[in-house]
Ligand binder design. Structure first.
Ligand code: 6GU
Length: 420
């Protein structure tokens, strides 16, 4: 990616972009930044960049011409590099509010050009002629757009691959999306009479994760009720999914239903096993091979349910009343991404009211499923099995089968007081 900043203070912007994390990432060629002096594109002898506003009023307004010529030069540079035309953003206090969603959107472009306003503003005609959008970084007034352009550049560039190497795993960890960060602590354990919360010293990563989730939710609810409401609306932990018309769950009873369950289980096992199983093992996961396994599980106390969309079976889930386990949670390829998995998991859990903390297992490679389970209130509860190609002929790469356990949502209102 390439970011260009069009400004009256290119050295100032460049100093910021040369420092710290972004400076190191730029030195590694993870992206390019170029800061351009608007004054270099003036045509008058005095290199004047602004003038009095038509219609009167205080302050000065930046001329359209030098900004336009500077943008044309940036466009030409992008063309020479074989890039698409840059997406041009004007930073002005009158722009649309900037947020993380916008940062992610801008991060998708190959080239973004940020134009900094100054004084009272920019001649509207150059914004109309060149601007793809106008953004503001918040409800306060700055003397110029430089700090705003650096805020945008920083938030966009940190999303480029490799910039935050250690945090890579966090990027697709959707659990924290939309919540404020939990509090962090480092050495010493006691500082000026203040101790680190004891849970962080236990080394119990499951407990720590639960605590951090609670802290994030408490903080968000008390400090940013607007964000918390949004988060609740998109996270089934607090608002459970609803069945749609034409959608239902049926207990597997008939021969035809057992056959369909075996087919779904085969498709599901192959999808889950694809990244880790040997080709031989994947090929052996057929409906014919799985039907006897399902019937045996049924004998051992498992009940299986099929999910139907308009009478077409497109998902399955199994529950075991004896052990409180949930398993065989699969959705067909075409029906994925519609929340059916979440609904079936919720359905299965409610089929086990006698178990307060039902369990399930999931391969550590199935990150999408793990993220969903965490959002639904499930927490890691240990490792069920370890598969090692050196010892287990059926797997091609090392992987672990994780156990997860359902923990009812914490009561935020009780612990919120400790936080405020
Ligand atoms: Cl982008 N520019 C200025 N001048 N003030 C602002 C702003 C931008 N965003 C918030 N305040």
């Amino acid at each position: 990616m390439r970011i260009d900043i069009v400004t009256l203070f290119p050295e100032l912007c460049d100093t910021f972009l040369s420092a710290s994390i972004l400076g190191r990432a730029r030195a590694k060629n993870l992206f390019e930044t170029h800061c351009h002096q608007i004054r270099d594109y003036t045509l008058n002898k005095q290199k004047q960049t602004d003038d009095y506003p038509y219609g009167g009023g205080c302050g000065m307004v930046l001329y359209a011409q030098p900004i336009a010529d500077c943008l044309r030069a940036v466009q030409a540079q992008c063309r020479e590099q074989g890039r698409a035309a840059p997406h041009i953003v004007f930073l002005t206090a009158a722009g649309a509010p900037y947020d993380e969603a916008k940062a992610r959107e801008l991060a998708q472009y190959d080239a973004v050009t940020l134009v900094c306003g100054h004084y009272e503003g920019i001649d509207q005609r150059v914004i109309d002629a060149f601007g793809d959008e106008e953004v503001s970084i918040g409800d306060y007034v700055l003397t110029g757009g430089e700090l705003a352009s650096l805020v945008v550049a920083d938030s966009v560039l940190r999303l480029q691959p490799g910039v935050l190497a250690e945090e890579k795993g966090y990027q697709d960890e959707s659990y924290w999306d939309g919540l404020l960060e939990y509090p962090q602590y480092t050495r010493p354990e006691v500082w000026e009479g203040r101790a680190v919360p004891p849970v962080l010293l236990t080394g119990d990563h499951q407990k720590i994760e639960v605590w951090r989730g609670e802290q994030s939710r408490i903080r968000t609810r008390t400090r940013r009720p607007d964000l918390y409401d949004q988060w609740c609306a998109t996270h089934p932990l607090t608002e459970l999914p609803k069945w749609k018309r034409g959608e239902n769950m049926r207990l597997v009873k008939t021969e035809e239903q057992w056959q369909r369950a075996a087919e779904l289980a085969a498709e599901g096992r192959r999808a889950v096993g694809a990244p880790v199983g040997t080709p031989d093992v994947l090929a052996s996961l057929t409906a014919e091979a799985l039907l006897p396994q399902l019937l045996q599980q049924h004998k051992d106390g498992w009940a299986f349910y099929l999910h139907f969309t308009k009478n077409v079976p497109d998902g399955m889930v199994g529950v075991c009343h004896r052990t409180g386990r949930i398993g065989c949670l699969f959705v067909t390829e075409v029906s994925r991404g519609k929340g059916i998995g979440a609904k079936m998991l919720d359905f299965a859990r409610k089929k086990l009211p006698e178990h307060t903390n039902p369990t399930l297992t999931v391969l550590n490679t199935n990150t999408r499923a793990i993220a969903l389970y965490k959002r639904m209130g499930w927490v890691p509860a240990g490792t069920e099995a370890v598969y090692d190609p050196a010892k287990d002929a059926f797997c091609a790469v090392y992987c672990e089968e994780l156990r997860m356990s359902y923990r009812p949502p914490v009561n935020d209102f009780v612990s919120a007081d400790q936080q405020c």
